[in-house]
Each structure stands twice: as structure tokens, then as C-alpha cells.
Design a protein around this ligand. Structure first.
Ligand SMILES: Cc1cc2nc3c(=O)[nH]c(=O)nc-3n(C[C@H](O)[C@H](O)[C@H](O)COP(=O)(O)OP(=O)(O)OC[C@H]3O[C@@H](n4cnc5c(N)ncnc54)[C@H](O)[C@@H]3O)c2cc1C
Length: 439
């Protein structure tokens, strides 16, 4: 329950080399460890298995690595993080250190946020009221969570006055990708406070992809069944069947509940409950080019807005100091926009910019690109947060199933869920468990 306990760990892990002598090992037809999913968790697991000298097969359904941590350079001509962008809690895992060692430009994110209310930068007093209301809401949730009462966070937050809607948005959709009524008080409480963040100028996805560079990844290889019923595990894919001794399943729970990856002869009830209750919320970027900085925003500035009804969003301004910005939509609003499609996202963006900065600023918007993670076939959501009453089910993702199957992924980390760092550490943990089983 100590939300700060992990913050001092991690620096020692940074010594692991970026490139290793193990690139060829993944070619074995039968592998010691089959790893399904080459997101941060699968990459971390494969690196650890490879370092140990065991053979592995790393399978990836899509044609690229990184999963929900992916940088695109073509849409805007500059690095655009389609998924994760903030390197949260950099002291808890080695990702920033890896980035620096690889020569990437890793820098500390500004630790202040600006508040805009109906087109005007809020006064210091108003901003203080908003941040105090948010802290009050957070303290109310944490008090109940620390007492072990796992209920809907939305139920325990008191009326937060004029900033009620804004604070609820910051605590729910913006932090957990879900409305507070769908957030477990205990899961919220266990999550590490994101007191400090780094950015990678070349993109967080670039950093994650670099960590996969020494590995052999079988791209465009979607696993559809894992059969545990015989002595050797067999994994059936669109490109044939592979055999192995241990399997690490590093795909989002949503992919499994949608039936896109099935475990035979079936998972224990406990795992099935975990898959159904540690669910992914919605969070998207409506990214846009706004040249000339007409609104006078600072580089990498995070802007909160006073929320009124459907007008709920945040803005990450001038990413990396350039003209790329991202309107952040989350929770039910992100889900609605995802259903409605890219044109609706563009209209939403223009209305938001007109309301907050005026029509002249909105008119200067260039290219727009909206992500749609709930429709991304191998993600089907943004990141996990336990439903009320089910935070304890995350533990099921850390237990070995049938002595041969191990889960990894952001959903399989108790304090850093919803983050790349959590996914990375879960992958390393899964690899340690796999190596233990292999003896
Ligand atoms: C919009 C958005 C913003 C975010 N912002 C941040 C942030 O700022 N900071 C942060 O730390 N985190 C952020 N996150 C969360 C972070 O991206 C995830 O927690 C993390 O990337 C998850 O890693 P993972 O390895 O668990 O899963 P994934 O990255 O989803 O990797 C799973 C991989 O498995 C593959 N796969 C799925 N099914 C199969 C199959 N059947 N066979 C083979 N392969 C399969 C997928 O294609 C994917 O590559 C954000 C997420 C989103 C969507």
C-alpha cells in the first residue's frame, strides 16, 4: 500500500547491455520459452531469457514491435508517440537509463501544469483551488483503499465544489482511462504516484523499439491458441505451430477475452476472473500541428482545463519544443469518439481549441491525427484498471499456470499498472519465473 516504496529502486538495473550476443538464439524451431507479444513486457522477457542462454521465440501479431509504446515519424514528420509518451516513475525501472546509454535525448518533464478555465489562464488562487480539490478527492480514495475497502472510487469522493467535475476527470479518465465509478479504490491506491516523469525527444516508442533491436522477433505472427494439454506446449499461429517448454503470454487481457488468443484446455477460474475484471479503459491522442505557437504555450507544457459536461480533455503542448500538440481524451468521452471515428475527433478538437484559445488559433491547425486504441485489433483498449472489488485479481497474473504458462504485461504489475515501466518489470519477473521452471 505504500505508493512511494518503489521510487528509490532501479538504478542498479541499468547495467544490462543494450545489444547482446544473443541475436541468433530466437531461430530455434523448438524453444525453451515462447513469448507471445513484443510490447515492452515481451521484449523485457525475451532479453532476460536470451541473456540466460536459453532459446526463445518472440511472436508478434502486428508488423512492428512496441505494442502500445510506438513512435511514428511519418504522420507529422517528427516523432509522434501514438501510445505511451511519459516515462513515468523513471527511478523505478531502467528505461530512462537505457535510453541515455543508447544516446537518446532523455530529459525531465516539466513538473508544473497550467489550468485554463473557459479560455482564460486561471488565477493562482483558482489553480490552487483546483489542485487542492484534486488532492482532496485523491486522499478520499486512498483513505478507503488503504483501509482495504475495494469499492468504486466515484462513490467515496466527496463533493469537490466548483472544481468537482475537473478534479474527477483528472483522477478518473485522465489517470485511469475510466470514469471514477469504474475504478477500484484499492487498485488506485496501490498505483505508484507519478511524481516525476522523463520524456524521450526521439519518442518513447523509439526507445522501446531500440531495446528489441538485438532480439529476433517473428513479426506478423499472431498466436491463436496455446495448447497446454501435452508434455510440450504447442502454440498455433497464422504461420504454423511452434513447440516450447514454457510460454509467456504478454498480450493485453482484452485480446484474450475477445477470444483472439485461447488457452487449451482452459484457464483456471481465477485467471478467467482476472481477465474479466482487470479491464482496459479508453485513452486517445488527438494530435495536431499548430505552427507559430499562436496561443503562447510553453514546450512540453501539460494544460488542464475546467471541465463542463462533455468538454473534458487535457493538452500536451508543443511536444519536444516543436509545433506538435496533443489533445488528450479519456474515459467515456474517448470511447464515444472512438466509435464515432476520425471526423468526429477532428470536430471535437476544433470546438475545444475554439472554446479555449479562440477561432483564430483553431484556424491555424494543420494536420490532425486521432488515435483509436479501443479499435486497435491487438490492444482493444488503452491500459488496465481493476473494476471496483477486483484489485486483488491482479495477483492472479503473477502466478504460474499449470507449471508452464506465465503472464506478463502492464496488467500484471500491482503498483505500476498502466505504464510501460510496469510492463517492462512484469516481463523481467515473468522471465525469472520461466528460468526457474527450466531449472
Ligand atoms: C494512448 C495511450 C497513452 C499512454 N500513455 C502512457 C504514458 O504516457 N506512459 C506510460 O508509461 N504508459 C502509457 N500508456 C500505457 C502503456 O502504453 C502500456 O502500459 C504498455 O505499453 C503496455 O505494454 P505491454 O507489453 O503490457 O502490452 P502491449 O504494448 O500491448 O504489447 C502487447 C503486444 O502483443 C501483441 N499481440 C497481441 N495479441 C497477440 C497475439 N495473439 N499473438 C502475437 N502477438 C500479439 C500486440 O500486437 C503487442 O505488440 C499509454 C497507453 C495508451 C494507449
Amino acid at each position: 500500500m505504500n505508493r512511494r516504496k518503489l521510487l528509490t529502486r532501479g538504478a542498479a538495473l541499468a547495467a544490462v547491455p543494450l545489444a547482446g550476443p544473443y541475436a541468433a538464439l530466437g531461430e530455434a524451431a523448438e524453444s525453451d520459452v515462447i513469448i507471445i507479444g513484443a510490447g515492452a513486457a515481451g521484449i523485457a522477457a525475451a532479453r532476460k531469457v536470451a541473456e540466460s542462454g536459453h532459446s526463445y521465440a518472440l511472436l508478434e501479431a502486428s508488423s512492428r514491435v512496441g505494442g502500445r509504446a510506438y513512435t511514428d515519424n511519418s504522420i507529422f514528420g517528427v516523432p509522434f508517440d501514438v501510445g505511451a509518451h511519459w516515462i513515468h516513475t523513471p527511478n523505478a525501472h531502467p528505461l530512462s537509463a537505457f535510453g541515455r546509454a543508447a544516446g537518446l535525448d532523455i530529459y525531465r518533464a516539466p513538473d508544473t501544469g497550467r489550468l485554463i478555465a473557459d479560455g482564460v489562464t486561471a488565477s493562482e488562487a483558482e489553480a490552487a483551488e483546483f489542485f487542492a480539490a484534486t488532492r482532496r478527492g485523491e486522499r478520499a480514495i486512498v483513505a478507503i483503499g488503504e483501509a482495504g475497502r475495494d469499492v468504486a472510487a466515484g462513490r467515496v469522493v466527496p463533493d469537490l465544489g466548483p472544481w468537482d467535475e475537473s478534479a474527477r476527470f483528472a483522477l478518473g479518465p485522465f489517470s485511469c482511462a475510466k470514469a471514477l465509478d469504474e475504478v477500484s479504490t484499492v487498485d488506485f491506491t496501490q498505483s505508484e504516484e507519478k511524481e516525476m516523469d522523463d520524456f524521450c525527444r526521439q519518442g518513447f516508442g523509439t526507445l522501446v523499439a531500440l531495446l528489441a533491436a538485438p532480439l529476433t522477433v517473428r513479426l506478423d505472427t499472431a498466436a491463436h491458441t496455446v495448447d497446454l494439454s501435452r508434455r510440450r506446449i504447442s502454440v498455433a499461429t497464422n504461420r504454423g505451430t511452434l513447440g516450447g517448454r514454457v510460454v509467456i503470454v504478454a498480450v493485453p487481457p482484452s485480446v484474450m477475452t475477445a477470444g483472439r488468443l485461447r488457452i487449451l484446455p482452459g484457464l483456471p477460474q481465477r485467471c478467467r476472473t482476472a481477465l474479466e475484471t482487470i479491464t482496459l479503459g479508453a485513452y486517445d491522442h488527438i494530435a495536431f500541428d499548430l505552427p507559430g505557437n499562436p496561443a503562447g504555450l510553453k514546450a512540453d507544457e501539460l494544460i488542464y482545463f475546467k471541465v463542463t459536461g462533455p468538454r473534458a480533455y487535457g493538452l500536451l503542448a508543443r511536444i519536444g519544443g516543436g509545433s506538435l500538440h496533443s489533445l488528450e481524451v479519456a474515459g467515456p468521452m474517448a470511447r464515444d469518439l472512438a466509435e464515432a471515428g476520425e471526423d468526429a475527433a477532428r470536430t471535437f478538437l476544433m470546438e475545444a481549441l475554439t472554446h479555449e484559445f479562440g477561432a483564430r488559433t483553431a484556424a491555424r491547425v494543420g494536420r490532425v491525427h486521432a488515435t483509436n486504441w479501443v479499435r486497435e485489433p491487438w490492444a482493444l483498449g488503452a491500459f488496465s484498471c481493476a473494476l471496483p472489488g477486483y484489485a486483488h485479481m491482479r495477483r492472479a497474473f503473477m502466478e504460474v499456470v499449470s507449471e508452464r504458462l506465465i503472464f506478463a504485461g502492464e496488467h500484471a504489475h500491482e503498483t505500476l499498472w498502466g505504464s510501460v515501466g510496469g510492463a517492462w518489470l512484469s516481463g523481467e519477473r515473468a522471465a525469472r519465473q520461466a528460468l526457474g521452471l527450466l531449472g
